[in-house]
Ligand binder design. Structure first.
Ligand code: C5P
Length: 239
């Protein structure tokens, strides 16, 4: 597979076309952003860790029957993925209350929810990714009812699979964000990335934050936390 034309640069990744029109190359960047890119930094080694972690998680989900865009990891920074048209909705799942949920609604931090809470946000940097309802998504044509039903079903399945997977590594999956897209044959695929940039991971015993909250809240040792997630994920893979 040959890398061809540079297509797009986002906050955390770059995308290239390949000689296969249905396949893209994604490169994970070291840059780190928070609060709609108001806070920015670059951490050497972060892109590699997110690529490694995300690749293993996509592979794990794929084996469990979740349709994903992931094809294979090329090297430390790059993956081959299926070309998708991204649905402009960020799907957030929460198992424990924290983050913008607490800010927005004034609810207590750290409360275990009786069931997973699924939220939809419009993927629009200029608007600061506002929260939306299913009706907004349907009425403004950002998604179809059929897609939303499938998105919700896959999202809850991913939550169950990853919660169990991480609990086995002594990690609580607090919340995370997913993105979906449609491939050239209109199949709905899980896309983007699954990494400490897009998930909140708490150590089960110490409740240490092992994710981007270390950057958001200036807790220090951001890379160390990402390395710890990779250490546990890779040790599970080696079994
Ligand atoms: O900030 P908030 O509490 O809404 O984030 C919920 C979850 O979604 C967190 O795991 C966060 O990392 C993720 N998220 C993301 N990208 C965004 C917004 C949230 O990965 N644009």
């Amino acid at each position: 597979m040959e890398k061809r034309e540079f297509l797009y640069e986002g906050k955390a990744k770059k995308v290239w076309t390949t000689d296969d029109p249905s396949v893209y190359v994604v490169e994970y960047k070291n840059s780190l952003t928070a609060f709609n890119a108001l806070k920015k930094d670059s951490i050497e080694g972060k892109g590699r860790l997110n690529n490694l972690i995300s690749s293993v998680l996509f592979e794990h989900l794929g084996k469990k029957g979740v349709p994903t865009h992931f094809i294979s990891r090329i090297d430390d920074l790059q993956q081959l993925v299926r070309k998708v048209t991204i649905i402009p909705i960020e799907v957030v799942v929460r198992n424990i209350t924290t983050g913008t949920l607490c800010k927005r609604l004034g609810v207590e931090e750290g409360k275990v929810l009786p069931r997973p809470l699924v939220e939809l946000y419009l993927k629009d940097d200029a608007l600061g990714d506002p929260i939306i309802t299913e009706d907004h998504a349907l009425l403004f044509g950002w998604s179809t009812q059929e897609q939303l039903n499938k998105i919700k079903e896959i999202t809850l399945k991913v939550n169950s699979l990853l919660s169990e997977y991480f609990l086995g590594l002594g990690i609580i999956l607090v919340d995370f964000k997913l993105e979906f897209g449609t491939d050239t044959e209109d199949n709905l695929l899980l896309a983007d990335e699954i990494s400490p940039d897009t998930c909140r991971f708490w150590d089960r015993d110490t409740k240490n934050r092992l994710d981007k909250d270390r950057f958001r809240k200036d807790l220090g040792d951001v890379l160390g936390a990402y390395e710890e997630i990779w250490r546990r994920v890779s040790s599970a893979e080696a079994l």
